[in-house]
Design a protein around this ligand. Structure first.
Ligand code: SF4
Ligand code: MG
Length: 334
């Protein structure tokens, strides 16, 4: 299907000059219309930085140091998000691409009713919309995310964590964006609630046709809810594949390690246990493949040269990519 967002060679640094830390390195990733793209990796792998970078929400000293993010609107010509003016950027966020942040349920304003907060988003975007139309849209959106419209007049503290999280998802969807980015959207909730909310989101995606970038360290959620999965390590994408292919036949040893520490689908969540060692220090990245100090399969070239992300020379190579010296690449990505 057609692309809606094309990230090309995106680089994000923290700081400048020789002290700069390269948090996202040469990331190329395409989000297609209507798909759920999962982004996985341990904390510090660059997942959130990538999300903030592509929507230009980075706080200093974070800054984009290269690349492009081409957005394809529903109608009209594609454009580079990185070259939008601040003013156009305000319209882009919420209306074209909305983000649900980690811990978003705590970002509702405690002194305003839910109705006020939903209304404010609509009013800021379209000041000419009538109060009646706004109210109808708010009610409809709450219903869509499984909250009775009666709760419109509630204050955030009168709702459970799960309900507040649904309100945030409703708020992200209220301007009908084409892309919704969710950064650990349900981490603060229990497992049953997480699955319920994500299941509902997928249903909505089918009805409303938006695309999702779903970021989490929990690969079991991604396998369950994504169409494709990209795995990040040390600021780079090291593997990308359809969710089922990644689950059944991952190519990168880091992906294998993540899958090996896979928590039981219905059991309690636990820390990654399958990969010894810890993620690389971005200030002192290992040479070559940044995974080599932890990799059980490291061999000659690994400590010397960085493997490029590319389509592997396999029958399904056109649908997936990997950056590892074990897998000869037929064609680079990006
Ligand atoms: Fe392991 Fe080498 Fe592949 Fe890196 S390139 S994942 S060190 S085998
Ligand atoms: Mg994060």
């Amino acid at each position: 299907s057609e692309p809606v967002l094309e990230i090309r060679n995106l680089n994000v640094d923290y700081g400048l000059g020789p002290q700069a830390v390269h948090a996202v390195r040469d990331v190329s990733l395409t989000l297609h219309r209507g798909e759920v793209l999962g982004l996985a990796g341990e904390s510090g792998s660059g997942k959130s930085t990538l999300a903030y970078g592509m929507t230009r929400l980075l706080a200093p000293p974070g800054a984009i140091s290269g690349g492009s993010v081409i957005y394809h609107p529903a109608d009209g010509e594609p454009y580079d998000v990185l070259s939008l003016s601040d003013n156009d950027l305000r319209g882009f966020r919420w209306a074209e691409t909305a983000i649900v942040f980690q811990g978003a349920m705590n970002s509702l304003n405690p002194v305003h009713k839910i109705s006020t907060q939903l209304n404010d988003v609509l009013q800021a975007h379209d000041p000419k919309m009538s109060a009646h139309a706004r109210n109808a849209r708010c009610r409809e959106m709450l219903k869509l995310v499984g909250i009775s419209p009666d709760r419109m007049e509630a204050y955030p503290h009168q709702l459970s964590g799960g309900m507040r999280q649904r309100v945030m998802i409703g708020m992200a969807l209220i301007l009908q964006p084409q892309v919704v980015i969710m950064d650990e959207p349900t981490t603060a909730l229990d497992v049953v609630m997480q699955r319920q909310i994500l299941g509902q989101l997928i249903e909505l995606r089918e009805r409303l046709g938006f695309s999702v970038i779903f970021i989490t360290h929990d690969l079991s959620l991604l396998v369950e809810f994504s169409d494709r999965i990209a795995i990040m390590y040390g600021g780079r994408i090291v593997e990308e594949a359809p969710a089922t292919a990644l689950y059944k036949d991952s190519l990168h040893p880091y992906s294998e390690g993540l899958l090996g520490s896979f928590p039981a689908l219905r059991g309690p969540r636990r820390e990654l246990a399958g990969i010894p060692g810890s993620p690389p220090d971005l200030k002192a990245m290992p040479t070559g493949c940044s995974f080599h100090p932890r990799c059980p399969k490291a061999f000659d070239p690994c400590a010397e040269t960085i493997p490029a992300l590319g389509h592997p020379d396999t029958p399904d190579g056109g649908t997936r990519s990997v950056a590892c010296w074990l897998h000869p690449v037929r064609e680079p990505v990006g």
